[in-house]
Design a protein around this ligand. Sequence first.
Ligand SMILES: C[S@@+](CC[C@H](N)C(=O)[O-])C[C@H]1O[C@@H](n2cnc3c(N)ncnc32)[C@H](O)[C@@H]1O
Length: 387
Amino acid sequence: MPEGRARISGNIDEMNQGPATQTLADLYASHRGKVSDKWTIYLKVYEELFRPYRASKLRLLEIGIQNGGSLEIWSRYFESAAVLVGCDINVACTQLRYDDPRVHVVVGDANTDHAERAIAVYAERFDLIIDDGSHRSSDIIRSFVRYFPRLEQGGIFVVEDLHCSYWQEFEGGLVDPWSSVSFLKRLADVINHEHWGKPYRRAEVLRSFESRYGAALDEESLAQIHSIEFYNSVCVIRKRAREDNELGPRVVVGTDAITAAQLMAQHGALAVADAQNANAWSVLPPLPEDELLELRSRQKDWLQTEAELRVELEQLDARVGTKDQQLNHCQQELQLTQQQLRTTQTLVEECNGQLVALKDEVRAIRASASWRVTLPMRKLADFLRRG
Ligand SMILES: C[S@@+](CC[C@H](N)C(=O)[O-])C[C@H]1O[C@@H](n2cnc3c(N)ncnc32)[C@H](O)[C@@H]1O
């Protein structure tokens, strides 16, 4: 390993005594060359993070260089850097020229094998990787998966402009389970893998990102994630050897204990997580995002069913309306018929009255003297008529 790189994972104080004098903010303030675009807080955070690396033979990769100014400034800030590679998808970047022979530009989509190979021509591995590319969640996650294995142990991976993770245009949102910040937060679980109390592989908690973005880190790479720090819009992931990331034996020192004296016997003990078999919140699958997806698809079904039921209800309403009309019509006809019936009954009653009067008249005629006197004559006339 070259001298500078050996020093990166070595004594930080020793590295602090590098020749550099101007801070990053100074360099940005006095810069006159190619344009660079960073937010103020980045310069402050980077000063703390990068100072220990200034005197080292650093290998830097920046994804997304635009006008190329940041590469120019990095080359001044990291005076002892061995190589500084910038990658940008914009073909206009082919025009970028640098006098500094340590600076190289690769034009292409950083998330392709082609660009990765072109980058590897200048350095197989890097001590500092800065992702300032498209800021879309898919690109950030894919770039991390692709280039973290190329990060040297003791190195730093920086993701910039994470405010985009909260915006839909960049494939994000405050609680978007597949946003870049959601992915990065999950790395905190990966770091604490030994305490899960479940026999899951580290990659299990990143499974949904794997299926969504087709990108996954192997167990060894995940075991080398040493820390993850969030700043406003910036995330910093440090890489160290697997053994540097283990909790290690317990350190209990001292001779006087006013309480919990049994702790003293724990000196040198290793952490053993209690099995979390009865803990519903430790069970995979489903991951919360999978459950959310399932719920959303069910909600879609419910909405569809609700829409279908609404249509059905409208059809039933229309049928009830038609039936109501028919009922009204029938009721009107019934009223008419009842009226006619009442009129007919009145007529019948009148006829009956007349009939009774006629019968009385006939009875009166038959009982009269003239009827009886003329009876023999009418019988004779009847006899003659029959012949
Ligand atoms: C914010 S600018 C970079 C600014 C620069 N780092 C600076 O500090 O001045 C983002 C750049 O990322 C580039 N970019 C977007 N997607 C990319 C990808 N997939 N691979 C490489 N570069 C990409 C864009 O072309 C753009 O120039």
